[in-house]
Ligand binder design. Structure first.
Ligand code: SAH
Ligand code: SF4
Ligand code: F3S
Length: 476
């Protein structure tokens, strides 16, 4: 497919051939510029937001490298791409801040290309603001057409003006594009795109579109390819992995997909994110219990412990149902580690509602939790709700919640000291070159004696000491 493309012809209509054609065209342009400048062209991709965006960035970097750019961490370079997030307002603020800084770099290097993509760009008011305030941006595209990146770069090279290509939604999934990985030994794998849950606070369904699942065969093929290239651990990604496969021509469950992924030789660890508590099946728990590869870790977003607020959030479970689910998981998989997401200050949250959240946190015993202050997102139903909570009240509640979580978390961390855990070594320790750094099944970090040859390998490690968020250990 790739080698057969005849570059003297017009761009092919079929994907991904069309994109390989444009990669080749861009490569020629980049080579020309490099010759004129007498140096390599450098590109920098900065990612905001969740694992989905991180995975998208890997794909975008793959395309930039194919085109011939050398990757750098410095934004003062020839091509800067921000892959943006809009889940909370502070994500947006950070993007605008950084964008302001790019102006000076572009003054020095007028040929510099600045591109923006990701969830923020799916919001028309954001694009308007960029058009009026940040005139030096060259290219804006959205979440549905990242596969077209090479074609967009090519068109942008030909144009003096800001190029905008944003789709409202798509039913298209393009397979087999260049596939870069940040780490040689682990990667995220998209199993589905979009979200149909419409939790009332959340912007994701509006910026990521309707739910679509990839074919299980394509997923397995992609993972096999990564494993052949040295990958030991995959994280299966979707906004609600429990609804994976429902809309495929031949429906498949998430539990079934996990069984297929488990069979891949050479793959050692499987993680997934995120399951929604409303439809976490007994089958899934059973597959996890039996599996030798699926990490005994579930990230199970709670959002609130108040049944009243959960209904207002459109989460479709009650406080009791959440606690029953946690009890069931712990009974069947006793060494499970649970983590969660919690929102503080959702409209109408009373002291009683907040106490319900604290109560669930106490009972469920999370290993750790991401806590967020509610952020009003334009266009979501919650933004129009009465009773938005005052900042002072929210801040106090947030601090109380954090204290409780840290308390549970350090207690659970200490409880594991003395046990032997399977660890994937990810890097050398940054401070001490006699140590390596790896992760346990529950994603906690451990440092222990070792050398560079161990990176990407799995080892049994005894946890000797808990130090807040990490452990010191020794290989056994
Ligand atoms: N699909 C995942 C989460 C995606 S967003 C799920 O359903 O759990 C990641 C987290 O951001 C959410 O779990 C939620 O806790 C938080 N979040 C989403 N919208 C938010 C908002 N408007 N304000 C504050 N936190 C929010
Ligand atoms: Fe947002 Fe809810 Fe979808 Fe998660 S499940 S992405 S919180 S709408
Ligand atoms: Fe942010 Fe988009 Fe992820 S809004 S959290 S990057 S899906």
């Amino acid at each position: 497919m790739y080698n057969e493309t005849d570059f003297n012809l017009e761009a092919p209509v079929q994907e991904p051939d069309r994109q390989y054609y444009y990669i080749e065209q861009c490569r020629k342009l980049v080579q020309d510029i490099e010759q004129k400048k007498g140096r390599r062209l450098k590109a920098c991709v900065n990612t905001f937001g969740c694992q989905m965006n991180a995975r998208d960035s890997e794909k975008l970097i793959g395309i930039l490298k194919e085109i011939g750019y050398e990757m750098t961490e410095e934004e003062d370079c020839d091509f800067v791409l921000f892959n943006t997030c809009t889940v909370r307002e502070n994500a947006n603020t950070r993007v605008y801040g950084r964008l302001g800084q790019l102006k000076n770099y572009k003054k020095k290097n007028p040929q510099m290309m600045i591109a923006l993509c990701g969830c923020m760009m799916q919001e028309p008011h954001v694009v308007e603001k960029i058009k009026t305030t940040y005139g030096y941006v060259n290219l804006i595209f959205g979440t549905h057409n990242i596969y077209k990146f090479a074609e967009l770069i090519y068109n942008s090279f030909q144009s003096e003006r800001l190029l905008i290509d944003i789709w409202k939604d798509t039913d298209k999934i393009v397979e087999d594009l260049p596939n870069e990985r940040k780490f040689p030994f682990k990667t995220g794998i998209n199993i589905m795109f979009g979200c149909d849950n419409f939790c009332t606070y959340c912007i994701v369904p509006y910026v990521r579109g309707r739910e679509r699942s990839r074919n299980p065969k394509d997923i397995v093929r992609e993972i096999k390819r990564h494993v052949a290239g040295g990958v030991k651990e995959v994280m299966l990604l979707g906004q609600n992995v429990n609804s994976y496969g429902k809309n495929l021509e031949e429906p498949v469950t998430f539990a079934k997909l996990l069984e297929e992924v488990e069979k891949i030789d050479g793959l050692e660890r499987i993680r997934f994110m995120t399951p929604h508590p409303k439809d976490l099946s007994d089958d899934l728990i059973e597959v996890m219990r039996k599996s030798k590869k699926i990490c005994h870790h579930i990230h199970l977003p709670l959002q609130s412990g108040s049944t009243k607020l959960l209904a207002k959030m459109n989460r479709k479970y009650t406080k009791e149902q959440y606690l029953e689910l946690v009890a069931k998981i712990k009974e069947r998989i006793p060494d499970i580690s649970l983590t969660t997401d919690i929102i503080v200050g959702f409209p109408g949250e009373t002291e009683e509602d907040f106490n319900d959240t604290l109560d669930v946190v106490r009972q469920a015993e999370f290993d750790s939790a991401y806590t967020f202050i509610y952020s009003k997102r334009t266009g979501t139903p919650a933004a129009l709700m009465d009773d938005q909570i005052s900042e002072t009240v929210v801040k106090q509640r947030f601090d109380r919640l954090l204290a409780l979580i840290q308390d549970t978390s350090s207690r659970l961390t200490a409880k594991r000291v003395g046990t032997v855990q399977r660890v994937l070594v990810e890097s050398m320790n940054e401070q001490d070159e006699t140590l390596v750094t790896g992760r346990l099944e529950n994603n906690s970090v451990v440092h222990f004696a070792g050398d560079e040859s161990m990176i990407g390998g799995l080892y049994d490690v005894k946890l000797l000491e808990a130090k807040g968020f990490y452990y010191m250990g020794e290989r056994v």
